[in-house]
Design a binder for this molecule. Sequence first.
Ligand SMILES: [Zn+2]
Length: 85
Amino acid sequence: MSAFLTNEPAYNRYLEGGLNLPTYNTDQNGNIVLIAGEVFCRVDSYTSKDAKFSTSGNLRNYLKTHPTISLPPTSRASRYTNSPQ
Ligand SMILES: [Zn+2]
């Protein structure tokens, strides 16, 4: 996880849960767009701490179990950026 995010008050509010999260955006290939530092599954409209993953990587692995969404391929170059491929 990007260490700098933990210094952001808004990100800490996000980690506490209870936020109304928007649905995933998708890129031009139909893959969902994950934001750096994301730890909640948004597929099931989870808003509680129970749906919180310890890292974005764990969330990503879990998201593979959802057949309704498609994950973009990972690459080291794009790991910590949100920019389009
Ligand atoms: Zn889910």
